[in-house]
Write a protein that binds this ligand. Structure first.
Ligand code: MN
Length: 734
């Protein structure tokens, strides 16, 4: 007979009430009754696959949650947890009737239930675990979800084989580790044992049978030890509880099947647990045990003075009795026992408010218990298996990471502030190299959109599309950056050579160095060897795609120039450090009467080649270039205060750079308009820097798009093309 066959799988509302009344907590029974009535009515005569009335599932989950010692809101949420998903009642209704906390828990549980959680890779499983915790802005979401899953696992027998295996894997990979992290050992053990039963039925049965065989032997042994210990402790019988502890089947399985030990080799197959009222009795009893039996060196652990990160406290020791049989003893108080079994949930019994662990803007509201976890984490305690747990929990609390889904449900983990470009390159280099845009939660977003945890992000690609140099400034991760550089290195060698040579010459010219091509090549020879380049072309190409950063090597090149090329009567070139900004240095604008001055394009009007322009000499930032008819430029320049600051500027004849331009597109307000605009733009290979839309009411919306174009003419073509779209009403250039 199986260990779990005896468990009463379903508990009804009367049993819930019994649990609530027998606890010392003050529950809001009126509100709980109301929740039950709603759940009962909502589920009506729905049935489980097994034929059992559905309402018995939420009442059973509520019982589990109540046994954890959770608060009224958690119990109400447990009763209602399938209502929003399966019936006509919605979240708004729950919020109105039971407040935002209950609604938030129900919403969280519903969301998590929709995600397919098991995966092929361990790394994915870890991401999923972290993300689940990150998604649950209220830790009670996880606790109710664990109870829901536990009940489903207890009653999974009637499901189809494949479904049982899938759910079991999810439990092993995701839910049991989370329960472990929250210190909920009883839940962890039961979830693992139930899962193992479906994942390896034969192995499970073997251990179960062996345990049954050893049962008599064990009971006799435990009984004897119990008497010896109680007698030696000289404590009154009602002050000390000693019992034999059966290891979970999964933990024995791991030791036998995975570590290749036989059942007889398992060290602490026999284990005792001693529970007392007071902390001081724990240490007294440890002395008694060590007098009575021989302690095995280095098997003693004091988790009372240094608790595990998941708040676990106990004394552990392994001893050998006079017959040479080793066994483990755990000593703890009742309060520690509660924590050991129910972990974080146990603390609801002793607390007043409620807790949000992560995503909490009001960090001050963190409750004492959570502070305790964090203190323990900060203390970097030194126990054998804790470092890993510490690191994992740290990651759970790490606000420097975001977790996003692909439309298929894969989870990706990125540093905070990562953009869709970073995600595209994380998914696959080719996805990044062919990205044209992205959708987040089914809406088109600009290319510099920063991802948030829980968002579903789809990368849009096009076969003949390719990366852009300015992505290097937008993306956040170094891996995306290096992949973009790689692409330019590989695909655009000729361009890179021209670009790199121009960049270098420009910088040298700034320092009054002018050389013929041959001289320049000679000057650069020393750089070739150092960087393992064969030709100067390789060096130019590298500068062009950003593999070598010019500002880093420039001082060294100038030094080389001084020693090898400088004529004696020539003054040493001044080393002018310029921050490399392509657009500014190579602006394509000529300022009358001024060479080599810093050019800035005004953000207010984004002038394009072909526009009539005017320059304004700023204080310290060079010349800012506006459209002549920009609203920030006075119409009559003869009447301004400092007319000398306005200068004539004109466009150079051959400009290869692109320029930002912002369009306001008024169009019909219907879904898909943004997508249409995006598609139209990318079919013209126009790069979109940002794209937003807002409704104007009365069926109209305005789309604001900042795009890159080469000239006024180019922009006019784009506008014409957009105007041909059916939904577009009018287009205005900013
Ligand atoms: Mn459920």
């Amino acid at each position: 007979m199986s260990k779990y066959d005896e468990i009463v799988h379903y508990q009804d509302y009367d049993e819930l009430l019994k649990i609530l009344k027998n606890s010392n907590n003050n529950y809001d029974l009126r509100k709980i009754q109301k929740a039950y009535n709603i759940a009962e009515e909502a589920h009506g005569d729905q049935r489980r696959v097994s034929g059992i009335p559905f309402i018995l599932h939420p009442t059973s989950v509520a019982c589990i949650v109540a046994q954890f010692g959770m608060d009224s809101d958690s119990i109400i949420a447990a009763l209602l947890h399938d209502v929003v998903e399966d019936t006509e009642y919605d979240l708004k209704f729950v919020r109105k009737e039971f407040g935002k906390d209950v609604a938030n828990i129900v919403d969280g549980v519903t969301k998590i239930s929709k995600i397919k959680l098991y995966s092929r890779e361990e790394q994915q499983a870890e991401n999923i675990r972290k993300m689940l915790i990150a998604m649950s802005n209220d830790i009670r979401v996880i606790i109710v979800k664990l109870a829901d899953r536990l009940h489903n696992m207890r009653t999974i027998e009637c499901m189809k084989e494949q479904k049982r295996r899938d759910k079991s894997r999810e439990c092993m990979e995701v839910y049991a580790p989370i329960a472990h992290r929250l210190g909920m050992k009883a839940v962890k053990d039961e979830l693992e044992d139930l899962s193992l039963r479906y994942l390896d039925p034969v192995g499970y049965k073997e251990i179960e049978d062996a345990l049954l065989l050893k049962e008599n032997e064990r009971d006799r042994f435990i009984d004897k030890k119990k008497k010896e210990i109680i007698k030696a402790s000289k404590m009154p019988k009602d002050k000390i509880t000693v019992y034999g502890r059966v290891k979970s089947i999964n933990s024995i399985y791991r030791k036998t099947f995975l570590k290749g030990k036989t059942l007889d080799e398992i060290y602490d197959f026999f284990a005792l647990r001693i529970i007392v009222d007071d902390l001081k009795d724990c240490y007294n009893l440890l002395g008694v045990i060590h007098d009575l039996y021989t302690p095995i060196p280095r098997r003693f652990k004091d988790y009372i003075s240094t608790p595990k990160p998941n708040m676990y406290q106990s004394l552990h020791t392994t001893v050998i009795d006079r017959d040479g049989i080793p066994f483990e003893v755990q000593i703890r108080t009742w309060e520690m026992h509660q924590t050991a079994e129910n972990g974080i949930a146990a603390h609801w019994k002793y607390k007043l408010g409620f807790t949000r662990i992560v995503n909490n803007k009001k960090a001050k509201e963190l409750d004492e218990n959570i502070k305790r976890i964090k203190d323990v984490l900060a203390a970097q305690i030194d126990t054998d298996d804790s470092t890993d747990i510490i690191r994992n929990i740290r990651n759970d609390f790490d606000q420097n990471e975001v977790y996003v889904f692909s439309p298929k449900g894969d989870v990706f983990n990125l540093p905070i502030d990562s953009t869709v470009i970073d995600l595209a390159y994380l998914i696959h280099t080719e996805v990044g190299n062919h990205m044209v845009g992205a959708k987040v939660d089914h809406r088109i977003v600009p290319i510099d959109y920063k991802l948030n945890t829980g968002e579903i992000c789809e990368i849009l690609t096009q076969k003949d599309s390719h990366p852009r140099r300015d992505w290097l400034d937008i993306c956040k991760t170094s891996s995306a950056r290096s992949k973009i550089r790689q692409w330019f290195k590989r695909e655009k060698r000729d361009e890179n050579i021209i670009e790199g040579k121009m960049m270098l010459e420009r910088e040298l010219k700034r320092s009054n160095i002018s050389l013929t091509d041959e001289e320049l090549e000679e000057l650069l020879q020393f750089m070739l060897k150092k960087n393992k380049f064969n030709t100067v072309q390789d060096l130019y190409a590298s500068i062009g795609y950003g593999g070598i950063q010019l500002w880093k090597v420039l001082p060294r090149i100038k030094e080389e120039y001084n020693t090898k090329f400088k004529k004696d009567d020539e003054p040493a070139p001044t080393i002018v450090q310029t921050v490399h900004k392509r657009k500014h240095a190579d602006s394509g604008v000529i300022v009358e009467g001024m060479d080599d001055c810093l050019i800035k394009f005004a953000q207010c009007c984004n002038p394009l080649p072909g526009d009539e322009i005017i320059g304004y000499i700023t204080r310290g930032y060079g010349v800012s270039v506006h459209k002549r008819n920009c609203t920030n430029i006075p119409v009559d320049l003869t009447k301004v205060e400092e007319p000398e600051r306005y200068v004539k500027v004109s466009w150079e004849s051959n400009i290869n750079d692109s320029f930002h331009s912002t369009l306001e597109i008024v169009c019909a307000d219907r879904t898909g308009v943004l997508a249409d605009v995006t598609i139209a733009l990318s079919s013209m290979r126009i790069f979109i820097n940002s794209l937003n839309s807002r409704s104007l009411g009365s069926g109209r919306a305005v789309v604001t798009a900042t795009i890159d174009v080469f000239s006024r003419e180019h922009l006019d073509t784009v506008i014409k093309r957009l105007q041909s779209l059916r939904e577009v009403i009018s287009i205005k250039r900013f």
